[in-house]
Each structure stands twice: as structure tokens, then as C-alpha cells.
Write a protein that binds this ligand. Structure first.
Ligand SMILES: [Zn+2]
Length: 693
């Protein structure tokens, strides 16, 4: 839409129409820059509203737009909403829009759609069909283009390597063959999936003379290794009776091949090895006829990587309607196809040399991680070319973290020196190689450079293994040095951190204790900071007994919370205190064992709830008590009148509920009996009051 040009064209104005019409329509055709435009303006049918339409709809053959002069807004919506507002319907009774025949003819003259018939369709139908045609054409064009590109990729994809299955047999299935066996007497039949042959062989020496010359093997045992007597292939024994006729297991692998000029296609393939045993029933027993093995190869996904282009992944899908097909987008949600770690077909690296990914370092990386996500690796390489260097330096743990999506490792995309893009001190590169690119160490050395620290090896181990995050480390270092902190933690945790990360490693147990202790310390420190203790005092910064000091701080912090809540409710519900006397007159009662009275204050209700661990201290009950919707009463032992026991919610002379600790009903029969008596007393009391009043 040439919006600026269109806005310059003056409104033609509306024709004043009869009173029954809400709207009056003007339509005209105007050429803008050699293109025919249909204008349909809708005016409110009122004096003073006929100069500026409330909506101007503009159409060309390829586009449309709705313009609202009052707000100056253009909309690309359809007419679904506005149709109602213009209120045109075909029956004259509800026709609220006035339009002359001339105008209708103009609209029809713009219509290129042959199937619309003036007898059955309105001018509004014409406008809607204009929009519909444009929309259809657009989606078709989009999907046609996508389909064309997909077909083009399929055509340019080379066939899978002819020896892929043979390679898979060796590398994915370790040439595993099945030796199905069935014992009968002192013989066994052995069907070999490698050669297919069924051999009958002795498993026990016979007593006859001839049997001395027989070959005898050890009796086969299910799932144990054996040798085919016929072709000598090594295999795994499978007892015939325990085995299904067809057995398959699937494995995945990656195949990288050149694509077009210097691009590559990375294919994620599932190969299934099928073992099959054919048998025949003969008299009372089943006879093995032949064993077989075969492969089924299914491609799952193809990722096309081309220089300077966005990576494109196509997925192989199955549909019960259309069968199997390639699609350029993944499935949605739970069923989405996932590409994960797998072995890489051996010629892939050779083939990648002919592509722009020749220096990716994938082969070097595979020496450390033979099973990995090649697609993920190469996609990361296209994004971060530094991966090559990381792989070649043996920093494979960093690379693995990058493939799995961990960000914040390579901090400078344009840097060429590893110390620059990793943002660590130059001398740390050697250390980083020594720990194979351990990401925890990298993070510590990044902090070291950023905060201008100088860490010993021992301190590095300490910080890296502690799993503390940067904020916490920085927080601690406001009050002390790494050295001092480390010594304290060593003492708290009773562990010795090794002096060098090359000589010895922190064992798993010690590392666990270190992490727990650091967590505890950080938690403790946060509470001290929050409560504004003077942390220049060593007794606060490093207490002698960390656990005990931590627990004391928890109590202190909770006490603070309690007081805060009490202040809150006493401000929010002042009426509870004010109405106490009045409610006491009405509800107080005691006998030899129990007393019952209303809450004196909001704080008291909160305390009751906290002590008895039920929800009466929540705003819901406080609200009800405050407004008089219901009243909270405390039922207590007369000997311990200040100790919460039972909480009662009452409305006039009806008990709504009652509970003791943790929503239980202690001494239920006696309490219910007592409450019944209490209600009787209340009613009596009211009758007396009514009489005296
Ligand atoms: Zn064999």
C-alpha cells in the first residue's frame, strides 16, 4: 500500500441518506502511480459527519488496507470485524448502510473474481473476496516457495554412503551376531545369523567308538558368547524358546557429506539391526530353518550448512494420511524430533575437508568425545569459529558445554587469542588445558581477571569446586581474602583442599562437603548482612561454630518476621482490639476445666495460628473476625489460660468449625460435648438479655 500517496487523496464526502441508515457509502476508483485503487469510504449518516469517513478501505489487485482517519491508523486486518459495524446485510430490513447503484457498479467493476454473481452476492462480498484472494495467493506463494526450496535441497542431497550399513554393523553393533540354539539329547542345533546356517553339533561326548571322533563344544548358555561351528563367526547365544522370531535394535549415527559448492549436509540416521529366526513346526518340536540379519536405515533429520546462510534442518515425518515425507520444520511440542549424541560415520571428516567447515576442529574434538552431537557442534562452529581452537587445544569440556547451549563462555566473538575470547589471564591457558577446559575452573579464572585477583592453584580448586556463583564470591570478598575464606571453610568442613590440580583431585565426597559448607556459610553471611551486623568483627564474619551460628541467625530472622507480621495485622485490623470487650461480654464462658473467650487482638489470632500450625492467622479469618462475619474464639485449659489449645470459629450461636494443633480434633468427644453445653449457655444468655431489654 502506498500509504502516503493514499492519504494525500481527499475524501469525496458522504451523501446524506434517509434516517433508517446509520452509514452512507462512497466508492471511487483512482489510479496511483499507474495502479488502479478502489476506495470505499464509510461515513456516519449524520450532519457534520459527512466530510470525514470513519473508515476508508483501499484495495488494489495485490493488497488492501483499512485506514481510520480520526486516529491516522492503518490496519491490515480483514473485514470480519468491520462488516458488522458497517452493518450491511443482504436483507433490506437490517440494511444500515446507504449506497447508490453507481457506487455498487464501481465496486463490481473492480472485481476480478468470476464466480461471484451479482444476483446472489453483495458489494460487501466483493470486498471480502478481494481480500480473500490476496490472502490465498500470499500463503500459496509462501508455501510454494518453501516447498520449492525443500525439493531443491532433497535433489542436491547425495545418496547415503553405500557402505554405511557395513560400517554400522562393525562400529555401532560391534559385529554382534546371534547364535540361536536348541538342545536335544547330547546335541544342539545352532542357527547362526551371520551365515544363516543351522548346524547340529555334539555338546557331550558319546559312549560309542565313532563318537570319539566327533567335535564336541561346551553347551550353549543364553546371552553368553559363542562361535558358529560353520562359519566361525563370534556371536551371542540365544535360546530359541526364549527368543522372538524377529528382534531389532536401533542405533543412531551422523553422516556429514558435501552439499552444493562448499556447503555440507549433516544427516542424523537411525540404523536398525534386525535379527530373524525362521522355524517350522515338525511333529512335536520346532525346527530352526535359517537365521538372518539385516539392516533398516531411516534418516531422521538433515541439517544444511552453507557459508553465509542460516542453517536449515529438514525432518523426516510419518503421517497416517500421507505416508512419509520430508518437512522443513520440526514437529510441535512433545513429539518434536530430537537430535542427540551419536557416533559419526568415519568418512565424514574426510568429506568435510571439501567444505567451508574444513577447519571446524570436529575431528580433534571427537578424540575426546567420540559420541557427540555433530550437527550441534558444526552449528556452533558456524556461530563461533573459536570452537576450532578450543577443540584443537583439547579444551573439550568447554566445547561440550557450548554444544549443550551453555552461554557466557566465549565472551568476545571477534577475538582471535583464546585468552581474549575466554577473558582469562594469558598464563591460565596452560592451566585450563590441564583441567581439559573444565567450565567451573574457567568461570573462576574469568572472575580472577575481571576482579583483578591472583589466585593460587589451591584457591582456584577451592572456588571452582565450591560451585559458588560469582555474586556470592564477590560478596564474601568484600569482607575477607580468598586465602582466609578458604582456610576457614577448610576448618568448618574438616577437609584439605589439594595444593595443585595436576597432582591430585578433590575426591567426590570432599567436594560434596565443601559445597554444602559453602552454601551454609553464604546463607549465614546473607542473614548477617541483611540484619546489618558489623562484619569487620571476626566473631560475626567467621563464627567458631558455623552451624550453631547459622541456626541462631535463622531464629533471629524468624523472630523479626513474626514481629513484622504482628505490626502489619495490628495496623490492618485495629477493630479486633476495639471490639474485644463487647465480644467478651457475649462469648465469654468458663467452668472448672475450660474457658472460652474471643481474641483480644489481631496479633493474638496470628499467634494462635502460628502456635497451633493452622491457618487461623491468615488474612481470611482476620477479615471475617474484623468485619463480624464470624468470630474467632480461644478455648483453653483453665490451668493454662495463655496457652493456645483449641480454636473455634462461631457465627452468632452456631459453631462453624473448631480445630486443635495441625488441624486435628484432640479429645473430640469431650470437646464437642463441652461446646454443645456452651452453645446452650449462649442461647440462654441471649434470652435473658432479650427479656431485660
Ligand atoms: Zn555362521
Amino acid at each position: 500500500m502506498k500509504k502516503k500517496e493514499i492519504e494525500k487523496i481527499p475524501f469525496v464526502g458522504g451523501t446524506k441518506a434517509g434516517k433508517k441508515y446509520l452509514n452512507t457509502i462512497s466508492a471511487f476508483i483512482q489510479e496511483i502511480k499507474g495502479e488502479r485503487h478502489l476506495f470505499v469510504e464509510v461515513y456516519e449518516n449524520r450532519n457534520g459527519k459527512l466530510q470525514v469517513p470513519w473508515i476508508r478501505m483501499v484495495f488494489t489487485e495485490k493488497d488492501w488496507g483499512l485506514y481510520y482517519p480520526e486516529s491516522g491508523i492503518w490496519s491490515a486486518a480483514g473485514l470480519e470485524e468491520e462488516k458488522r459495524k458497517i452493518q450491511y446485510t443482504f436483507t433490506a430490513k437490517t440494511n444500515k448502510a446507504y449506497i447508490t447503484e453507481t457506487e455498487i457498479d464501481r465496486i463490481w467493476s473492480f472485481n476480478s473474481c468470476k464466480w461471484l454473481d451479482k444476483k446472489f452476492h453483495s458489494w460487501m462480498d466483493v470486498l471480502e473476496s478481494l481480500i480473500n484472494d490476496i490472502r490465498c495467493e500470499r500463503t500459496q506463494k509462501r508455501s510454494t516457495n518453501r516447498k520449492l526450496r525443500l525439493d531443491e535441497r532433497i535433489q542436491n542431497t547425495p545418496p547415503l554412503p553405500i557402505d554405511l550399513q557395513e560400517w554400522a554393523g562393525r562400529k555401532l553393533f560391534s559385529d554382534e551376531h546371534f547364535l540361536y540354539y536348541k538342545r536335544h539329547g547330547r546335541y544342539a542345533d545352532i542357527a547362526c545369523s551371520a551365515c544363516g546356517h543351522v548346524t547340529t553339533i555334539a555338546i557331550k561326548r558319546g559312549e560309542s567308538f565313532e563318537s570319539q571322533f566327533e567335535t564336541v563344544i561346551d553347551p550353549p548358555v543364553n546371552n553368553s558368547p559363542g562361535t558358529c561351528p560353520y562359519c566361525k563367526a563370534l556371536g551371542t547365544y540365544k535360546a530359541q524358546g526364549k527368543t522372538k522370531g524377529v528382534y531389532g535394535k536401533g542405533k543412531y549415527c551422523f553422516v556429514a557429506q558435501p552439499y552444493k559448492t562448499n556447503g555440507a549436509v549433516i544427516r542424523y540416521v537411525e540404523i536398525e539391526k534386525i535379527y530373524r529366526l525362521d522355524t517350522m513346526a515338525e511333529e512335536r518340536r520346532e525346527i530352526m530353518l535359517e537365521a538372518k540379519e539385516s539392516y533398516i536405515t531411516t534418516e531422521i533429520a538433515r541439517t544444511y550448512l552453507e557459508e553465509g546462510k542460516r542453517p536449515q534442518t529438514d525432518y523426516y515425518k510419518h503421517s497416517s494420511y500421507t505416508g512419509e515425507f520430508w518437512d522443513d520444520c520440526n514437529l510441535y511440542g512433545m513429539n518434536s524430533i530430537r537430535i542427540s549424541e551419536a557416533k559419526v560415520y568415519e568418512k565424514s571428516y574426510e568429506w568435510l575437508k571439501d567444505t567451508f567447515l574444513q577447519y571446524s576442529g570436529a575431528k580433534e574434538y571427537s578424540r575426546f568425545e567420540p559420541i557427540y552431537n555433530l550437527t550441534g557442534y558444526l552449528q556452533k562452529y558456524v556461530q563461533w569459529s573459536q570452537i576450532e581452537m578450543l577443540s584443537k587445544m583439547g579444551l573439550h569440556k568447554i566445547v561440550r558445554a557450548m554444544i549443550s547451549g551453555y552461554s557466557g563462555i566465549v565472551l568476545d566473538q571477534n577475538a582471535t587469542h583464546p585468552e581474549d575470547f575466554l577473558r582469562i589471564r594469558k598464563e591460565r591457558i596452560q592451566n585450563l588445558i590441564a583441567v581439559e577446559g573444565n567450565v567451573n575452573y574457567l568461570k573462576i579464572w574469568q572472575i580472577e581477571r575481571r576482579k583483578n585477583l591472583h589466585l593460587s592453584e589451591k584457591e582456584t580448586i577451592f572456588l571452582a569446586e565450591s560451585s559458588m556463583n560469582e555474586n556470592d564470591i564477590v560478596e564474601v570478598l568484600k569482607y575477607t581474602t580468598v586465602t582466609k575464606f578458604m582456610h576457614k571453610i577448610e576448618k568448618y568442613a574438616s577437609i584439605d583442599i589439594p595444593d595443585s590440580f595436576i597432582e591430585q583431585q578433590l575426591c567426590g565426597h570432599a567436594a560434596g562437603v565443601l559445597r554444602v559448607t559453602c552454601n551454609l556459610y553464604i546463607d549465614y553471611l546473607h542473614m548477617r548482612i541483611q540484619r546489618e551486623y558489623d562484619l569487620t568483627k571476626q566473631i560475626y564474619l567467621f563464627p567458631r561454630d558455623l552451624q550453631a551460628a547459622h541456626d541462631r541467625m535463622v531464629l533471629e530472622t524468624n523472630q523479626e518476621k513474626i514481629e513484622k507480621r504482628n505490626r502489619e495485622v495490628s495496623e490492618k485490623y485495629p477493630n479486633i482490639r476495639k471490639n474485644y470487650r463487647k465480644l467478651r461480654n457475649r462469648y465469654f464462658f468458663e467452668d472448672e476445666v475450660y474457658l472460652i473467650r474471643p481474641a483480644r487482638s489481631a496479633e493474638e489470632i496470628v499467634t494462635e495460628g502460628r502456635t497451633l500450625h493452622h491457618c487461623v492467622g491468615g488474612d481470611n479469618y482476620l477479615d471475617k473476625h474484623d468485619t463480624g462475619e464470624s468470630t474467632i474464639l480461644f478455648l483453653r485449659l483453665k490451668k493454662q489460660p495463655e496457652s493456645p489449645y483449641i480454636t473455634v470459629e462461631i457465627r452468632r450461636n452456631t459453631i462453624l468449625q473448631w480445630y486443635g494443633i495441625r488441624d486435628t480434633k484432640p479429645d473430640q468427644i469431650a470437646i464437642e460435648k463441652w461446646l454443645k453445653k456452651y452453645i446452650g449457655v449462649l442461647k440462654e444468655k441471649q434470652e435473658i438479655l432479650a427479656v431485660t431489654a
